[in-house]
Design a binder for this molecule. Structure first.
Ligand code: GLA
Length: 382
């Protein structure tokens, strides 16, 4: 699948710019558990997947730069020295933001052209944005020999999202997309930005995604609101991030925070704990335990952190009714996108069909089912 994408961007690039481009593939990600913990300095458990963004990129000898989003059939011309954010929600902000953040680090780049195309459905909660940002920074680093480390590159991608896209995201998506390892998930400590790789082989079980195909608006502002709520509780506790807090610490300031913010902070503290427990369960091959933690994560996201939506809750409830699904939860920022399900391989097809039928009945729209392979991070394609 990604081979076809690579071929498409390459062909387009050559037909428009008459030059051989550098080819980059940058994957999206799933996340087994650990949601909204990254910007709280906590643990997350993502993996890069075999869906993502393919980019063809090369230096330009003429004035200005051109970026082409092939799947949107959209093209934009821009100058390196007059960059500013485009209107909210525009795809070019991912490109502009990365370029601007590279320049902010006093790294010199020249004019370039880029053609990209992706196969992650947008709004699926599988980080098509991080994949795009990483493809741009990775490509420019190669082309202009910037000497950036992978960690520097993901920090650039993250800052692009903060300053040009306007989402104060954590580091999970950019990290997973850049550092992914085939067949592995990464237990990432977002305080140190270091991870431990876990080979994922659930034997007769597998991970299955179901996309609600909805993305409720306001999700970006709701995301930023959650982040500042967490930061304000951390400030009250006199700590850097909620990673440093225990449930007892939080109890101690209960009368100083709103009940809503108390629940949100409690969720974060508990989710960080669940994520570490999930790593232990995987090591011990205890899939029942892992599944229970995954359901626990959804419960917290739904009732305490309040970032789920009726479509996601419905799919998780369908999963709970099926004993072959060991765990299910919403994945990513929330307010739409996918659920991730830990399910017996022999039952996944039947469950997918039943859930899709029930979903259609209830919401009068289709959901989509994906199986993904855990794959390597952002890389050059020869
Ligand atoms: C989005 C953000 C990530 C992370 C998740 C929630 O995907 O980009 O940094 O916070 O939401 O876990």
């Amino acid at each position: 699948m990604s081979q076809t994408l690579i071929q498409e961007v390459k062909t387009k690039f050559i037909s428009v710019f008459a030059k051989e481009p550098l080819l980059v593939f940058s994957p999206g990600r799933i996340n087994i558990i650990g949601e909204h913990t990254d910007y709280n300095g906590g643990f997350v458990f993502p993996a890069a997947v075999d869906k993502g963004i393919a980019a063809a990129i090369q230096k330009s000898d003429v004035d200005g730069c051109i970026a082409i989003a092939l799947d949107l059939d959209s093209e934009i011309k821009f100058e390196l020295d007059t960059l500013k954010p485009s209107k909210e929600g525009s795809w070019e902000n991912y490109v502009f933001g990365v370029v601007a953040e590279i320049q902010n680090r006093n790294k010199i780049i020249g004019n370039f052209n880029i053609v990209f195309k992706g196969n992650i459905p947008s709004g699926a909660g599988m980080s098509s944005s991080a994949a795009l940002e990483n493809s741009v920074v990775f490509g420019l680093n190669e082309l202009f020999e910037l000497g950036l480390t992978k960690t520097e590159m993901i920090l650039i991608s993250q800052k692009a999202e903060h300053n040009y896209v306007g989402v104060k995201c954590g580091i999970m998506d950019q990290y997973a997309s850049m550092f992914g390892i085939k067949n592995n998930a990464l237990l990432l400590d977002c305080r140190t930005i270091e991870s431990e790789a876990f080979e994922i082989d659930f034997k007769d079980h597998e991970l299955m995604l179901i996309n609600t195909n909805v993305k409720h608006s306001l999700s970006d502002s709701a995301y930023n609101d959650r982040r500042s709520a967490c930061e304000s509780v951390a400030e009250l506790l006199n700590i850097e991030t909620l990673r440093e807090a225990t449930e007892e610490d939080l109890e101690g300031i209960k009368d100083k925070v709103t009940p809503e913010n108390y629940q949100k902070a409690l969720y974060v503290i508990q989710e960080i704990e669940r994520t570490q427990q999930a790593a232990k369960a995987i090591k011990e091959n205890d899939l029942e335990k892992l599944g229970a933690l995954i359901y626990g994560s959804h419960n917290g996201l739904q009732h305490q952190y309040k970032v789920s939506c009726v479509e996601l809750d419905f799919l998780v409830d369908q999963a709970k009714k099926n004993k072959h699904v060991l765990g299910a939860r919403m994945m990513g920022g929330g307010f739409g996108g996918c659920t991730i399900n830990l399910i017996a391989k022999s039952e996944s097809k039947a469950f997918a069909e039943a859930a899709a039928k029930a979903y259609k009945n209830k919401f009068k729209k289709e959901c989509s089912v994906y199986f993904v392979a855990l794959s390597e991070g952002t890389h050059l394609v020869k």
